[in-house]
Design a protein around this ligand. Structure first.
Ligand code: MN
Length: 128
């Protein structure tokens, strides 16, 4: 179990990610706009960040660069999630320093595997 910060402005995606993470007994923190991202991350200390790229009025890429440029937040893994998998975007995303990239629509299996890569599921193993 871990704590995951979801930065996402689409309510349906937000609910889906929230529900999937909650099923896996992760704690979820939500930001719909990425405002004051450094303070939010410092305060909530997530183990993983799920970052939407196209937010209302701000680019997720800028947020990733801000987080990766800060000594106190750079170690936190970031998975970007976006529907706009255009070549330009992909290049920008990989340069931004994010740790993994998922394109929408994200299959549940892919989603769980991505999260588990950064937050190994202790509960799952103990049930085996
Ligand atoms: Mn969006």
């Amino acid at each position: 179990m871990g704590r995951v910060l979801i930065v996402e402005d689409n309510e349906l995606n937000l609910k889906l990610f929230h529900d999937l993470l909650t099923i896996q007994e992760h704690e979820v923190v939500i930001s719909r706009n990425g405002v004051n991202i450094i303070d939010l991350v410092k305060d909530t200390k997530p183990d993983l960040i799920l970052m939407d790229i196209h937010l209302n009025g701000i680019s997720g890429i800028d947020l990733i660069q801000t987080l990766k440029a800060n000594q106190e937040t750079k170690h936190i893994p970031i998975i970007t999630v976006t529907a706009f998998a255009m070549k330009v975007d992909q290049a920008k995303i990989s340069k931004s320093g994010c740790d993994m990239y998922l394109s929408k629509p994200v299959s549940i299996d892919k989603f769980f595997k991505a999260v588990e890569k950064f937050i190994p599921s202790v509960t799952k193993k103990s049930k085996l």
